[in-house]
Design a protein around this ligand. Structure first.
Ligand code: SAM
Ligand code: SF4
Length: 466
């Protein structure tokens, strides 16, 4: 029997109180908060609530430009790339918004064998990926949890020439401390889990069956993960289920809880918006749809509120919205994704096996070319986690200045690897051009660090990082 802990750190009454007390702020108050945000020490829950009510176009533009400025200060021009790898779409839960829900008979079910996982991994490696997010439904095959551990081992063990996956993050069901320890021993990077909604009545209404009905077990997952030594955890909400303002304040409470208890907040925040899914009515008509304008505002506000946290945008969104989110705070994106197990091998992906409809169908090479044209350096870097710079160590490193001498050279070196081994000719030439521009803008210390690394990669060495 699992001992239950109530997730009291999510205080709905407090959130409702803050939201009902707030009024549209005066311009002077907004400017004051933006000045505070520029100090890069974050914002309080009340301040986040206040900014969420801004609707004057010129102030919204200022929120966005401040978020952009902060992101540039911390991340420079780097943009981390990854791909999801769906290993199974079998599930014992009944989440009304998800095509994988147990009673959905419209879905073709599939659990990949280890050889099939290796085959999917090889395809992702040939596309140039170095980071994978392993994703699974919640009905495990006969081998039980060992299946997950074996799958992670398979991904790490798969090689194609010099190519390999260097960081496996996971998006899986909440686990016990013991199983989190096993995940840590298996070498996972981030344990990612979306709360879906922090609003208890909505949570109860959309999770009809199975272990996921237990709100507290889900909300306290990261406490158990951190107790097991997993420093990097990734939070998120499925936007569309409930009022986005409520959800971001609840996220702030969750972040503060982790900071207070473990000294470090989440490594990443994801911003999934609900997309149509086979066999789900609610997914086509979200009860609380988030407009594009609110979506961008929310991302910008979160960049101001938690400046050092990685922020992730998936291919649920189309290319245009994705481009806009890069300007207001997103620091990691997926590319070339499939959400059906075996979807990379199957080519186009199987809509009857997929979790939801994708918004961005471009290949990795097309996405890379696009972000390069916007001036971003695609980064395939995994150095922090492999050198033990996780949790608080990562947050310390993430202080402006420091990051310049680690992350930026590492980004350039992994991008150079991508250009040498995987890029199409047009992307290669645009990418080489971007690298020379980046080198021109570096200070002496940075160039002294980056140039030898780039030359090593150009000379055939791989996995060059500091
Ligand atoms: N089964 C695990 C769970 O539920 O946490 C992990 C994998 S689940 C496949 C990953 C995430 O997909 C869910 O947490 C949910 O937020 C998201 N998702 C489910 N249905 C979706 C939909 N229709 N549109 C967008 N995202 C969806
Ligand atoms: Fe299963 Fe996760 Fe989909 Fe819910 S969201 S039905 S738990 S795969």
């Amino acid at each position: 029997m699992i001992t239950q802990e109530r997730a009291d750190f999510i205080n709905e009454q407090e959130i409702e109180g803050i939201l009902s007390a707030q009024k549209r702020p005066e311009p002077a108050r907004v400017k004051e908060l933006l000045a505070k945000a520029r100090e890069m020490r974050g914002l309080s829950i009340n301040e986040v609530a206040c900014l969420s009510l801004v609707d004057q176009p010129e102030l919204l533009a200022e929120i966005c430009s401040t978020a952009k400025q902060i992101k540039e200060e911390i991340y420079g021009s780097r943009l981390v790339l990854f791909a999801p790898l769906y290993i199974s779409n079998r599930c014992s839960n009944e989440c009304t918004y998800c095509a994988f829900r147990a009673t959905n008979t419209s879905l073709t079910r599939r659990t990949l064998t280890q050889e099939e996982i290796a085959e999917e991994t090889r395809i992702l490696i040939r596309q140039g990926h170095k980071r994978i997010l392993a994703v699974s439904g919640e009905a495990l095959p006969q081998q039980g949890f060992q299946y997950i551990l074996d799958s992670i081992a398979t991904i790490y063990a798969t090689k194609v020439g010099p190519g390999e996956i260097r960081r496996v993050n996971v998006n899986l069901a909440p686990q016990t401390v013991e199983r989190f320890r096993q995940l840590k021993d298996a070498g996972i990077g981030t344990f990612q889990l979306f709360q879906e909604t922090y609003h208890r009545p909505t949570y109860a209404a959309v999770h009809l069956k199975g272990s996921k009905r237990d709100y507290d077990w889900r909300t306290t997952s990261f406490d158990r993960a951190m107790e097991a030594g997993i420093d990097d955890v990734g939070i998120g909400v499925l936007f569309g289920l409930y009022d986005w303002r409520f959800e971001i304040l609840a996220m702030m409470q969750h972040i503060h809880h982790l900071e207070q208890k473990f000294g470090v907040g989440p490594h990443t925040i994801s911003f999934p918006r609900m997309e149509p899914a086979v066999g789900s009515d609610i997914a086509s008509r979200p009860p609380h749809p988030v407009s594009d304008a609110d979506f961008l505002k929310m991302i910008a506000i979160m960049r101001l509120a938690v400046p050092y946290t990685g922020m992730i945008m998936s291919t649920r969104e189309g290319a245009t919205v994705r481009r806009e989110t890069l300007e207001v705070g997103i620091s990691q994106i997926s590319a070339g994704s499939r959400t059906d197990p075996g979807g990379y091998k199957d080519g186009e992906g199987n809509p009857n096996g997929s979790q939801f409809q994708l918004g961005d169908h471009r290949s990795v090479d097309e996405v890379v070319r696009d972000v390069v044209s916007l001036g971003f350096v695609p980064s395939f870097c995994t150095a922090c986690y492999r050198t033990g710079r996780t949790g608080q160590d990562f947050m310390d490193l993430a202080k402006p200045g420091e990051i310049k001498y680690h992350c930026h050279p590492n980004a350039l070196s992994t991008f150079q690897e991508y250009l040498c081994d995987y890029a199409g000719p047009v992307t290669k030439s645009a990418g080489e051009n971007l690298i020379s521009i980046e080198l021109q803008h570096m200070d002496g210390q940075q160039t002294a660090c980056a140039l030898p690394m780039l030359n090593k990669v150009r000379g055939g060495e791989r996995d060059v990082f500091i």
